[in-house]
Write a protein that binds this ligand. Sequence first.
Ligand SMILES: NC(=O)C1=CN([C@@H]2O[C@H](COP(=O)(O)OP(=O)(O)OC[C@H]3O[C@@H](n4cnc5c(N)ncnc54)[C@H](OP(=O)(O)O)[C@@H]3O)[C@@H](O)[C@H]2O)C=CC1
Ligand SMILES: O=C1O[C@H](COP(=O)(O)O)[C@@H](O)[C@H](O)[C@H]1O
Length: 491
Amino acid sequence: MSRKNENQCDLIMFGALGDLAQRKLFPALYQLEAAGLLAPKTRILALARQDLDTDGARDQLSAKLKEHVKSAEMDEKVLARILSRIDYLKLDFATTDDYVGLRQWRESGGGALIVYMATPPALYGMIARNLKQTDCIDAATRVVVEKPIGHDLESSHEINDQLAEVFNENQLFRIDHYLGKETVQNLIALRFANNLFASQWNQDHISHVEITVAESVGIEGRWGYFDQAGQMRDMIQNHLLQLLCLIAMDPPSDLSADSIRDEKVKVLKALRPITPDLVETHLVRGQYTAGTAAGKPVPGYLEEEDAVRGSTTETFVALKAEISNWRWSGVPFYIRTGKRMPEKLSQIIIHFKPAPHYIFDPDQKHLANNKLIIRLQPDEGMALQILTKDQGLDKGMRLRQGPLELTFSETFKHARIPDAYERLLWETMKGNQYLFVRRDEVEYAWRWVDQVISNWEEHASPPKRYAAGTWGPVASIALITRDGRSWYEDA
Ligand SMILES: NC(=O)C1=CN([C@@H]2O[C@H](COP(=O)(O)OP(=O)(O)OC[C@H]3O[C@@H](n4cnc5c(N)ncnc54)[C@H](OP(=O)(O)O)[C@@H]3O)[C@@H](O)[C@H]2O)C=CC1
Ligand SMILES: O=C1O[C@H](COP(=O)(O)O)[C@@H](O)[C@H](O)[C@H]1O
């Protein structure tokens, strides 16, 4: 095969007219086209149950692409090229006979077959069975599935079992879109390409770690889905535990998918359960009430469209996680995530321990902890807070804290930061699984989350209220100040 066609594929997209596909997946394919990364013969088949032909579907997708690709990045020639790759097939996912059209389409193409299931997870098993029954797939087919894989350990087992009846694990690409973010992948480079940090990355040198993933948005018309999930299942079970794993894992022996995933699994297995006696001190759940977002009044969670009165679903979680292993014994990981917070901000702060013997002004002792601030989004970059001597004859040996700063947009001026889905689709086309989640990762994450949820349910205390536009319930501040620490607020 010529180099140009090396990553040639036929991409079949179930749920092609749904929200995720239109907002994220087709814009990502547009960007891959713009970057010249799609092989000349790569084709895309959009599947949905709307009564459209290919021209009608292309018109609809074109309008959505214009809406979701930044106008400065929209180029009519690129648009025409990506649209020309797209065919449309009306198909009811539940009707086996409909898949015959899909097989016929595939017979006229070539390259790897990628099946993207941008549908509710309850449909994955049925789609997989229908694909198999109608001979649409083979042992080289790759399948991309979205989160959430289940609602708990038991249901995730069921979904994974249904997929495993048809596909091998090396065919399954389970998405956690945080793993596609450039800055999240950068955690691997930061930790394992810089020996400076490698030698400090343990309980001898780190006192605690903070992970904050704050969202300014509320429920965005997804109340029905979100109320069944809550922030614990929607964000912690996947994105935040993945971030924790990347920070806490041991060095993998290489960059292969299984080396990285083996190390992440060890972290998940070592997470200390939040047992009933710890719920009070290690966990805070919150739910937002009316407040403000970007200076405008916004309703509370229970007043959102489609809301059901009296729901006790949490829109905020703060917790103290502990990892029972040699490297992290005694180092708490304080994690918080919530909707309707003052701004969109994802960051990780590594707090280093002070030097063993302090010789400077006792009044400045509180400054003596170095911090590494990793800004995942927005304003991607990192800063290492270090202490230097304050300038001037009159300053003696007064200390001053300041950052060694790396802001990606300034340092890599011309490099556009790709959206997570661009990276994930591109890796799927290349057949690389390292940014995708293996079955045991999903299940160990559920195992830990399930016990947290069942223990808080036993505790039966309702979520604490916080006004939209604030950093969560006051109790989340107490969770960390109880240990003589505070959330890093230099946002
Ligand atoms: N949207 C997002 O931002 C995110 C979504 N996800 C995940 O992505 C997946 C898709 O989500 P999303 O796009 O929001 O969901 P949508 O409901 O918007 O899209 C799903 C699509 O599947 C179609 N569909 C459902 N059943 C059938 C059927 N029997 N035959 C044909 N078409 C069918 C629906 O068609 P119709 O409209 O006709 O019902 C709909 O267009 C889910 O797993 C979700 O959890 C994950 C992270 C973020
Ligand atoms: O998976 C999800 O992620 C988004 C947050 O993603 P981000 O890339 O904008 O940080 C969250 O809003 C959504 O509820 C959840 O399902």
